[in-house]
Write a protein that binds this ligand. Structure first.
Ligand code: SF4
Ligand code: SF4
Ligand code: SF4
Length: 131
C-alpha cells in the first residue's frame, strides 16, 4: 500500500515583534523598511543559532556549508517561490497584502505542527497516523 506523505513550505511569517531580530547579539538581523522581511547580514552572522531558538516556528536555519543564518527575505518584494508555484499550476502560494491589524506570528509554527494539521485536514482521522 502506498502511504501519502506531507510536504509543506516552511516560511518566515514576518512576526510583528520580530523575536529573531531581538535575539541576535551580533547585529546580524534587521527588518527591511520596504517589505518587512528579515534581512541577514552574512558578514556579521556567527551561526550561533540564537535566532532559531527565538523563532516560534524554528524557521531560520544555518546554511549547511557557509555558516550563516538563512531566513526568507521575500526576494526583495518579488517572491520567486510564489511565481514558480503559480507557473506550475500548483496554486498553493500567493502573494497577498498584509492587513495592518493582523498577527502573522500565528503562522510561525513548527513543521510538525503544520503537517499534523494538514494531514488531519486532508486525510481525516487517518492523517494522525501519517505524522
Ligand atoms: S545565527 Fe546569526 S543571525 Fe542568528 S542570532 Fe546568531 S548571529 Fe544572529
Ligand atoms: S517567523 Fe521566525 S524568522 Fe520570521 S520574523 Fe518571526 S521569529 Fe523571525
Ligand atoms: S523564494 Fe524568496 S520569497 Fe520565497 S521563500 Fe525563498 S526567499 Fe522567501
Amino acid at each position: 500500500m502506498l502511504t501519502p506523505t506531507i510536504e509543506f513550505p516552511h516560511f518566515c511569517a514576518q512576526c510583528e515583534d520580530y523575536p529573531c531580530v531581538e535575539s541576535c547579539s551580533f547585529d546580524a538581523l534587521s527588518v527591511s523598511d520596504e517589505t518587512g522581511a528579515v534581512i541577514v547580514d552574512k558578514e556579521q552572522c556567527t551561526a550561533c543559532g540564537q535566532c532559531i531558538q527565538a523563532c516560534p516556528g524554528r524557521i531560520p536555519h544555518i546554511h549547511p556549508t557557509e555558516k550563516y543564518a538563512v531566513i526568507c527575505d521575500l526576494c526583495g518584494g518579488d517572491p520567486q517561490c510564489a511565481k514558480v508555484c503559480e507557473e506550475g499550476r500548483w496554486n498553493v502560494l500567493w502573494v497577498v497584502p498584509k492587513p495592518p491589524s493582523s498577527s502573522y506570528k500565528l503562522y510561525a509554527r513548527r513543521p510538525k505542527e503544520i503537517t499534523e494539521d494538514l494531514a488531519k485536514n486532508l486525510y481525516g482521522e487517518y492523517g494522525k497516523e501519517l505524522v
